[in-house]
Ligand binder design. Structure first.
Ligand code: IVH
Length: 668
């Protein structure tokens, strides 16, 4: 293609991608699939790679820079990021308005009312319309530079539309859409990672990840509602103008706002917002009342912490009163007994709530919750239901106090109480409830990834007595499985093939699948990478375990205890006899081949499999894997969205290859 055509095509692609970003985010009406979108993006990236002179900081390809950060640099805000005064009382909101009116006598005032977005405050700096910096609030004066992560948020324009002041600092909120939050937590629980308590925490955690590629996958979004600093002309003079202007510049703004000129009007807006807020993609915990005219705001000023011209009215968490029909007990993977409230179903914040966790026995005693009580249930952060208290006036005296049983409800063995009384555990390693949970975890996608071995199948196998311990799945016979309900010949064959196939899974998956307390998938990878074999890991002293990246004292102790418990030693031995992959016994002594001997490889970008796995593959074929590109690097294996390592390799003349090339060399 002639150079002039390339530059036109690049421009067209950028326009097209921005157009689809708008459809996706502003209108929530995408016209193309994610896959088609990715193809456009890839085409653009390839062209920019081939023609570095066409690169531009506002290109959609610049959203993910690819290089994990060491940390976040501090950024001083041009104008301080203040907080808001809060109230839960409409009378106090009225009093706030009266106070402002008194400061500005005989002036007709106008108010705006907006949703209070429950996210993480963010400040964006645009210079000549280009996104220069994104920063968190921090202490209000200095925040963290999160530009690289914020660039991954597709609804935030890298370049503003139309004439803009030379410098513009804009304030808003980053949030994780409620739907994305639910999906993220479901995934985390499957992976054995702790779920986030609410979307706000999830957004804050995501914004502080060091790897922008991971942030991009989380699906953060943002809305803007305020002005920090402006240099140059053309900024609006009222809040309502500001919101319309920001929208015209291409920034996402609060989906609805109201204007009012008296307390009556403000109260109506607050009431309307309370109903509408559940339909927003973000969580809304209140309404923000603001003086509309910026000139009037200057006249009333601020205290050291908050402006005098604005106030947040917070909605009470949604709460319902219902009957506690029963308290049941769940036995978890590690044997912990958790009391669960079985409620007369009630609708709260748009969903039906029938169960809520009661955490532990101490919590029940502290709140004096009894079976048969009328209780108040809240959706904390609108998401997780919790029993917050008892309606004592409704007590009849027939309610029953609750104690966790002395015997495990699943296997009947004596439970053990931790000295602080918060945790009660069933210590029977053969407890069917624990086996169920452990097997579900073992087979989960993030662990041994055994297709067809989900919750229902596990339940059938354990109930039928076919599986009494984890290794039993490797001894299942076709005739036993096909005799189970709803199991045809085909599903039996598939299940058994999945189970047999899992024997070859890499060591880290087995290690994670064992469900050792505190050992998540990430730590399992690090441990497998360091110790290479299960035997070495099991024999390692705690100090050596602790010297592994991401492994602390608590985890090290837990790993040590696990492998020293006789029943686990039996379990491990049995898995070994069934032929599971415990890792290379001696990496150097028994490599798969010497094809890559003497070569140093560096991996970058998104690859089809986790980097650790590919690194392992290279090592097994005699190669060395290094973390950074240098003159000594033999090959850079570059996946999608390769960033600075690719640039460095190109500048040093290091050969860049793709995964297919690697596999081609290793093919028999
Ligand atoms: S205006 C000078 N408007 O709530 C502070 N803030 O609890 C002006 N927030 O710091 C803030 N939604 O991070 C404003 N529509 C909205 C908001 C909002 C959420 C956040 C903001 C603020 C915090 C105070």
């Amino acid at each position: 293609m002639p150079a002039s055509h390339v530059s036109t095509h690049v421009r067209d692609l950028r326009r097209e991608i921005s157009h689809h970003d708008k459809l996706y985010y502003d209108k929530a009406a995408p016209e193309i699939t994610d896959r088609e979108y990715d193809a456009l993006l890839r085409e653009l990236r390839d062209l920019e790679d081939a023609h570095p002179d066409l690169r531009a900081s506002d290109s959609p390809t610049q959203r993910v820079a690819g290089r994990p950060l060491e940390g976040f640099r501090p950024v001083r805000h041009r104008a301080p990021m203040q907080s808001l005064e809060n109230t839960y009382s409409l009378e106090e909101a009225d009093a706030f308005m009266a106070r402002v009116e008194k400061l500005l006598p005989s002036i007709a005032l106008r108010w705006t009312i907006e949703p209070k977005v429950d996210g993480v405050a963010l400040s964006l700096t645009y210079r000549d319309g280009l996104l220069e910096r994104a920063a968190t609030r921090g202490d209000g004066t200095t925040g963290d530079d999160v530009t690289q992560n914020v660039r991954t948020i597709r609804s935030i324009p890298l370049k503003l539309d139309g004439p803009v002041p030379a410098l513009l600092e804009i304030r808003g909120e980053v949030y994780l859409p409620k739907k994305k939050f639910t999906a993220l937590n479901a995934g985390r629980e499957k992976e054995g990672e702790a779920p986030f308590a609410n979307p706000r925490n999830a957004a804050a955690g995501s914004l502080k990840l060091l790897d922008a590629a991971v942030v991009a996958r989380r699906g953060l979004d943002a809305v803007f509602y305020g002005l920090g600093a402006v240099e140059g002309r053309g900024a609006p003079e009222t809040q309502s103008e500001l919101l319309r202007w920001l929208e015209k510049l291409g920034l996402p703004v609060v989906p609805k706002f109201w204007e009012a000129d008296d307390t009556q009007g403000v109260r109506e807006a607050i009431a309307q917002l309370e109903k509408l807020r559940h339909d927003f993609a973000f969580e809304t915990d209140g309404a923000v009342l603001k003086l509309d005219a910026f000139k009037r705001r200057e006249q009333v000023g601020s205290t050291s912490k908050a402006p005098r011209w604005a106030m947040a009215y917070k909605y009470e968490a949604e709460r319902a009163r219902t009957r506690l029909n029963d308290i049941t007990v769940q036995v978890g993977r590690t044997g912990t007994l958790t009391p669960v409230a079985e409620l007369e179903p009630v609708p709260i914040a748009g969903s039906r709530v029938a169960r809520a966790t009661l955490h532990n026995e101490e919590e029940i005693a502290r709140k004096d919750i009894r079976i048969g009580d009328w209780v108040f249930v809240e959706k904390a952060g609108e998401v997780i239901p919790a029993v917050v208290g008892v309606d004592l006036k409704a007590r009849t005296g027939r309610e029953k106090k609750f104690h966790l049983p002395e015997k495990c409800p699943s296997c009947g063995s004596q439970v053990s109480r931790d000295p602080d009384l918060t945790a009660v555990r069933c210590l029977n390693p053969d407890c069917p409830a624990q086996i169920r949970r452990r097997l579900e975890h073992f087979a989960a996608r993030g662990a041994m990834d055994i297709e067809g071995l989900g919750e229902a199948m596990v339940d059938q196998l354990v109930t039928a007595g076919l599986v009494k311990a984890l290794p039993d799945i490797y001894a299942l016979r076709a005739e036993e499985v096909s005799a189970l309900e709803r199991m045809g010949e085909k599903s039996t064959t598939n299940l058994l093939a999945g189970i047999a196939g899992s024997k070859k899974q890499p060591l880290w998956r087995l290690l994670f699948g064992l469900g050792i307390l505190h050992v998540g998938a990430a730590a399992a990878r690090k441990l497998a990478g360091k110790f290479h074999t299960l035997e070495k890991l099991a024999a390692a002293p705690t100090a050596e375990l602790e010297s592994t990246e991401d492994v602390g004292a608590v985890m090290a102790q837990s790993i040590h205890d696990f492998f020293h418990a006789p029943h686990n030693q039996k379990l491990v031995e049995s898995l070994r006899r069934h032929g599971l992959n415990f890792g290379q016994h001696d990496e150097r002594a028994a490599p798969a081949s010497q094809e890559l001997a003497g070569e140093t490889w560096v991996l970058t970008g998104t690859l089809s499999r986790p980097r650790d796995e590919i690194a392992e593959l290279i090592r097994r074929h005699g190669g060395t894997v290094s973390g950074s590109v240098s003159k000594k690097t033999s090959y850079l294996l570059a996946g999608e969205e390769a960033g600075s390592k690719l640039e460095k390799a190109q500048s040093l003349g290091v050969s860049v290859v793709d995964e297919a090339t690697l596999h081609g060399r290793l093919a028999p």
